[in-house]
Unconditional design. Structure first.
Length: 80
């Protein structure tokens, strides 16, 4: 009786087996298919956006540096 119940319930696949099934079903093919659907920026757009990111990063760095300097001076007055 015990053997009949064991045969009726299939064994659960392990993590490696599940990963193997996912790869075999075309995971990478689907991923590359989705990447083909993306509207990629042109080279001038990418250059402009990169310059914008660098400029904004520099500006935020200057602002944070200025705040740090001001607060350092203010707290320096209280400590000394």
């Amino acid at each position: 009786m015990r053997q009949a119940n064991a045969a009726a319930t299939p064994a659960r696949p392990g993590k490696i087996s599940l990963l193997s099934e996912r790869i075999n079903t075309g995971f990478f093919r689907d991923a590359f298919g989705e990447l083909r659907k993306v509207t990629w920026p042109t080279r001038p757009q990418a250059t402009n956006l990169t310059a914008l990111v660098i400029g904004v990063t520099f500006a935020v760095g200057l602002i944070l540096g200025a705040f740090d300097y001001v607060f350092e001076k203010i707290f320096g007055l209280f400590v000394s």
